[in-house]
Design a protein. Structure first.
Length: 288
């Protein structure tokens, strides 16, 4: 049985859909959730619902009974994230899980990054996985293309993109493509103790993204390049909490520094096809 953590989140839900599309029976897929009510759509598909919390070791051990493959999606709870991940990994070891797939991040340097609050947790979890005697696979994901509208701003088409990413480029990839790659690793052999870069083949700057949006909408879409302080001030003025604004600014700085432009991708090898182009993905969102 395959257990998917974070199953009610965007990536977890997409992975389950990909597993079903690959012919895995719903009865062979389990979803780890904290709130069963939020998993009604999964239960309706025949997915086994298991209740567990990363902070509660016993709940994780119970949820992992009869599981041989685990997809560990990194926790979104910022309270002791490495402790949560260790709980899940230790519980998997006690339950006899044979393979753990972990969603990490594809970045040039885990230890010298503009977003240490993101990169460090992935580095620490990967290190811990390598210490545990369970075969693992690291899915080192680039940034979701799905985040572009959030970074660009809700009025990007009218007022232009306002984001402090400078000329930095990122090989953005749709979440559904990442989910399909995970499903491949979970359902085929030969991926144990390997790391894969899950990224698009081409990296784009926000200047180039603005150009793609101009073509899609048939009108000019500009890209403004504020510095981090000006960006944060603008978001705070719009009612965004300063900590949240600084969080987004950190990603802008990381992009501007080229931290995600690693120039590596294993996606075509896993999917046996090229990924969806960024233009086609943006067209699916912005042409509506």
């Amino acid at each position: 049985m395959i257990l998917v953590t974070g199953a009610t989140g965007h990536l977890g839900n997409a992975v389950i859909s990909s597993l079903l599309e690959r012919g895995i029976a719903a009865s062979n897929i389990a979803a780890l959730v904290r709130d069963e009510k939020k998993a009604a759509n999964l239960k309706d598909k025949g997915i086994q619902i298991k209740i567990g919390n990363y902070h509660d070791f016993e709940s994780l051990k119970n949820a992992l009974q009869d599981v041989n493959k685990l997809l560990l999606i990194s926790s979104s709870d910022m309270n002791d994230r490495i402790g949560q991940h260790k709980n899940m990994i230790n519980a998997a070891q006690e339950a006899g899980v044979s393979h753990i797939v972990y969603t990490s991040i594809d970045i040039k340097d885990f230890h010298q990054s503009s977003i240490p609050f993101v990169s460090q947790i992935h580095a620490d979890t990967a290190d811990y996985l390598k210490q545990i005697a369970i075969p693992y696979t690291l899915m080192n994901n680039t940034l979701y293309a799905d985040l572009i509208p959030l970074f660009a701003g809700e009025n990007a088409l009218e007022d232009g993109i306002f984001f402090p990413a400078g000329a930095g480029k990122t090989p953005f990839l749709p979440r559904t493509e990442m989910a399909e790659a995970v499903a491949v690793v979970l359902t085929t052999a030969g991926h144990e103790n390997k790391e894969y870069a899950i990224a698009a083949e081409t990296a784009y700057s926000f200047e180039e993204i603005a150009g793609l949006l101009s073509v899609i909408k048939g009108k000019p879409v500009n890209y403004h390049k504020p510095d981090a302080d000006a960006y944060i001030a603008q978001l705070v003025k719009a009612g965004i909490p300063k900590d949240n604004a600084a969080f987004f600014a950190g990603f802008g700085e990381a992009i501007g520094n080229g931290e995600f432009n690693t120039e590596r991708s294993d996606l075509k090898k896993l999917l046996n096809r090229s990924p969806v182009s960024l233009e086609d993905f943006l067209r699916s969102i912005y042409s509506k």
